[in-house]
Design a protein around this ligand. Sequence first.
Ligand SMILES: *Cc1c(COP(=O)(O)O)cnc(C)c1O
Ligand SMILES: [Zn+2]
Length: 432
Amino acid sequence: MRRKGLASMAVQTFATPTVDLGPAAALSCRECGHRVPLGPVFACEECFGPLEIAYDFSGHDADSLRKRIESGPASIWRYAPLLPVPADVADKPNLNPGWTRLVKADNLARELGVTGGLFVKDDSGNPTHSFKDRVVAQALEAARAFGFTTLSCSSTGNLAGAVGAAAARAGLRSCVFIPHDLEQGKIVMAAVYGGELVGIEGNYDDVNRFCSELIGDPAGEGWGFVNVNLRPYYAEGSKTLAYEICEQLGWELPDQLVVPIASGSQLTKIDKGLKELIALGLVEDRPYKIFGAQAEGCSPVSAAYKAGHDVVRPQKPDTIAKSLAIGNPADGPYVLDIARRTGGAVEDVTDPQIVDAIKLLARTEGIFAETAGGVTVGVTRKLLENGVLDPTLTTVVLNTGDGLKTLDAVAGTGLTATIRPNLDSFREAGLA
Ligand SMILES: *Cc1c(COP(=O)(O)O)cnc(C)c1O
Ligand SMILES: [Zn+2]
């Protein structure tokens, strides 16, 4: 009942017809379709289902939209006509994330036996070195539209940094919450932007629960939690991964995508983005398969997939892939739907396999991924070995973060030799 009270209260307080979030027309319930005006709400007042953005995309013809996008800025804002943001968003102070490189990974393809074209979408190239800048940029615009003065979140690490940086650039206060035992790299990357960073004694699911409590309390008034009360806006940022991949492939759908799963939001919105491109006539409609990737130490969605279940049973995470360590993923059931509907699958890999995959990607393509990238590359390898991924089809693997943030994962990697500064010593070490 508390959630219901919260949802309706927020609608009355904030939703005004003057909010300009571009083509975003309303919020609509993913379960029952109930529509409410745009506002900082995330749960349906009828059925408690998650709300998402409903758009009005009328008035676009495919050719002029494609031209407009191609002549747009080299950031996610080239897709502003398809996002819940005002048309002049690129002129506002923000981090301008996105338009990261799509690397044709021929060396990795050879190693893995992929002949149909293997690509790595390398989102480590974002301003705070993870894909989270895409989603935070949407939430920032929603926060501005609803008049929030503090930007906040519950985070497994990358989101905290992305929120801190975006708030700094936009001139907002930030106060973010993380599990207290995160990697040092993630803590520094989140703290350096000068906002408040609070460690919670507990795991991510505890942090998230605490944030939900704070939203319902006067202490949280004026706070925009990017992944809680601004979640419907935040989530849309992941569509830009789908848009970019297709545009970079020459406005074509890939056949197969391998996507990491934390809450499952990214995977579900990549699917939404692909469907929009088809509906708008920007790409030709043909089948694509979406594969979800988890670490074995936090694999609630993979476990449900393999057991043939529709519901996801929560787990207590224990893995080096901390950015994906959400034991109770909000979008888990939707991920299962998408994997099954598109003919994909959900798979998981062990921590040693994650480390091997990080090194494999680095060695073959010169891309240093964080543990989440080790998860997707490791799962790609496993799915190929099991005959689930088709090596003759175009495949895009996502790397969503930078290895510099998770150095501990490859801690054994170091000097080949230590020598005295002379040639004899060099020869003795067998390096000549
Ligand atoms: C947050 C995150 C994801 C995906 O998270 P979802 O909650 O599933 O959207 C993937 N990779 C990295 C590195 C992340 O930080
Ligand atoms: Zn509903």
